[in-house]
Design a binder for this molecule. Structure first.
Ligand SMILES: NC(=O)NC1=NC(=O)NC1=O
Length: 174
């Protein structure tokens, strides 16, 4: 997708297209729209990261709370967003046996109890063994360090979702 096409989008078109690059946080795209014209995709990403960075800790934790648990209730009930469904499926979360689902539920609950926000990881860059290992590892972090670590994962998810939007548009043009 040519950046001039992006820069010509109306506010509604822009938020429709980019509104879920950070899970269930369309306010971020709504906020950065006013920074157009964007130089390129990296510029859009930089504005999104800048918005997230400018948030107080409570705002960052709010973003984390918008993320569905891996192999959690939303996945089991089929209510994940399209992006999350694809990501969780790709990380092997849709083919867990009942013992593995229970294990993920216990780890997610333990993490949430400790930090007050859900465990977030970029599922596309990890398989189920990585996810379990990271969950156990990151449980040892202190809250501030873990908040920053989780926000880094949100940025990884966002970056891949942005690229997906641009690439899928190019594919439709080919
Ligand atoms: N709690 C999570 O990490 N959720 C997710 N990570 C992804 O990459 N997709 C999700 O739904």
């Amino acid at each position: 997708m040519d950046i001039s096409v992006v820069n010509a989008l109306t506010y509604e078109e822009f938020v429709n297209l980019f509104g879920n690059v950070v899970e269930k946080c369309p306010i971020i795209s709504a906020a950065i729209w006013s920074h157009r014209p964007f130089k390129d995709l990296a510029d859009i990403e930089a504005h999104i990261m800048g918005f997230i960075h400018s948030l107080p800790d409570s705002g960052k934790e709010g973003i984390l709370r918008c993320h569905p648990d891996l192999a959690g209730r939303d996945l089991q009930s089929g209510t994940l967003t399209r992006e999350s469904q694809e990501e969780q499926s790709q990380a092997g979360m849709t083919t867990l046996d009942s013992a593995e689902i229970q294990h993920m539920y216990r780890l997610n609950s333990k993490y949430k109890e400790r930090f007050g926000f859900p465990f977030v990881i970029c599922a596309r860059l990890n398989n189920k063994a990585d996810i379990v290992r990271q969950l156990n590892e990151r449980l040892k972090n202190d809250r501030a360090a873990e908040r920053e670590r989780a926000i880094e994962e949100v940025k990884n998810i966002c970056s891949l979702r942005l690229n997906n939007i641009v690439l899928s548009d190019i594919q439709t043009k080919l």
